[in-house]
Design a protein around this ligand. Structure first.
Ligand code: FO1
Length: 330
């Protein structure tokens, strides 16, 4: 069984960990793994050059989480991290004092930068870096091209990471732009992962700057419309609030209400040219299921809080079973 997951960072990482756990239980390979093949197509719009190092937050959040090396409390970076080098960088006055590069994390950035500087594309660099850990999931950047997210605000245009970590998304975003997106192409393996999937899952990631960036890469939307796989999304909004992060600030910027229903309608029903065949909302949003199903997005209300591995695995199980929901009215 081939499963392809469109994913951003923290929410997507937890979802992928739950999916892997569920598949190891229902499709065991006899040695603790799963016979299912899971490929994550990962957002790279958060990526940036800092101190001449290439930072790839969403790829790293997923890698560290699946490796069991992530800082569960902080939500990003490595567990047991130290910041001695970061203090030195600050003392020398380089970099961003509001964006901490931990000592262990720097190991990843230096390795990635080494590969990139020697002509290795991001997708191959990611394959080499993730090979160190037994992730059980293939991570693919959505593109090898640099498509950094810029945020246009009344105080000026800045990299997404400055808006997100320095300003905590408090500056009203007028719009988001992806640098060079028109010239970008899907990374090797991405279109195949979409075309050959049995099921495609849209993780509960930021619908604008994570899933939106993935969808904005030329060729991706067409391949999603054309695949025979059913496409099931998981709402990142529960009872009108973001689960974590600041997706509400992003949704407001594009004129979308912060609700499970509004996000589904924003993604659109695949049979009317949108993304989704099916959608999971939390039980507190069950009242939106009928209208969404009538619009062609077969919707099911289930518990969506991913508090631990078992609840994350149950969300993944519900997403997979939603793939076999009867198609909404054509
Ligand atoms: N987030 C913060 O709020 N503060 C930081 O100092 C910070 C550093 C950082 C370093 C590497 C990395 O991969 C992620 C980091 N993040 C930090 C999180 C990052 O902003 C998020 O993971 C996503 O890019 C936003 O979804």
């Amino acid at each position: 069984m081939k499963i392809t997951v469109l994913s951003g960072g923290v929410g997507g990482a937890r979802f992928l960990r739950g999916l892997r756990h569920h598949l190891r239980e229902v499709l065991p390979d006899g040695s603790g793994g799963t016979t299912a093949e899971v490929t994550a197509v990962v957002n790279t719009g958060d990526d940036m050059w800092l101190n001449s190092l290439r930072i790839a937050p969403d790829l790293d959040s997923i890698m560290y989480t699946l490796a069991g090396a992530n800082d569960e409390v902080r939500g990003w970076g490595r567990i047991g991290e130290t910041e001695r080098v970061s203090a030195e960088l600050n003392a020398y006055g380089i970099g961003w004092p509001w964006f901490t590069l931990g000592d262990l994390d720097l190991g990843t950035h230096i390795t990635r930068t080494h590969y990139l500087r020697t002509g290795v594309p991001l997708s191959e660099a990611t394959a080499r870096i993730t090979a160190r850990w037994d992730l059980g999931v293939t991570l693919l950047p959505v593109t090898d091209d640099e498509v950094e997210t810029q945020v246009v605000t009344d105080e000026g245009t800045m990299h997404f990471q400055e808006w997100w970590t320095r300003h905590r998304a408090a500056l009203a975003a007028r719009r988001f732009e992806q640098l060079n997106v028109g010239a970008a192409t899907p990374a090797p393996g991405v279109l195949e992962a979409i075309a050959h999937a049995d099921v495609i899952l849209v993780a509960p990631s930021n619908p604008v700057v994570s899933i939106g960036t993935i969808l904005g890469i030329p060729g991706i939307r067409a391949s999603l419309l054309g695949t025979s796989a059913r496409i099931v999304g998981v709402s990142p909004i529960i009872a009108g609030s973001v689960v974590r992060g600041m997706a509400d600030a992003c949704l407001t910027a594009i004129g979308v209400q912060t609700s499970a229903e509004a996000v589904a309608l924003h993604y659109g029903a695949r049979d009317s040219g949108g993304l989704l065949d099916a959608w999971l909302v939390d039980e507190t949003d069950a009242d939106s299921a009928a209208a969404l199903s009538a619009s062609g997005i077969a919707t099911r209300a289930v518990p969506l809080w991913m508090r631990d591995l078992d609840s994350s695995a149950q969300v993944a199980a519900d997403a997979l079973s939603a793939a076999s929901l009867p198609q909404g009215p054509r």
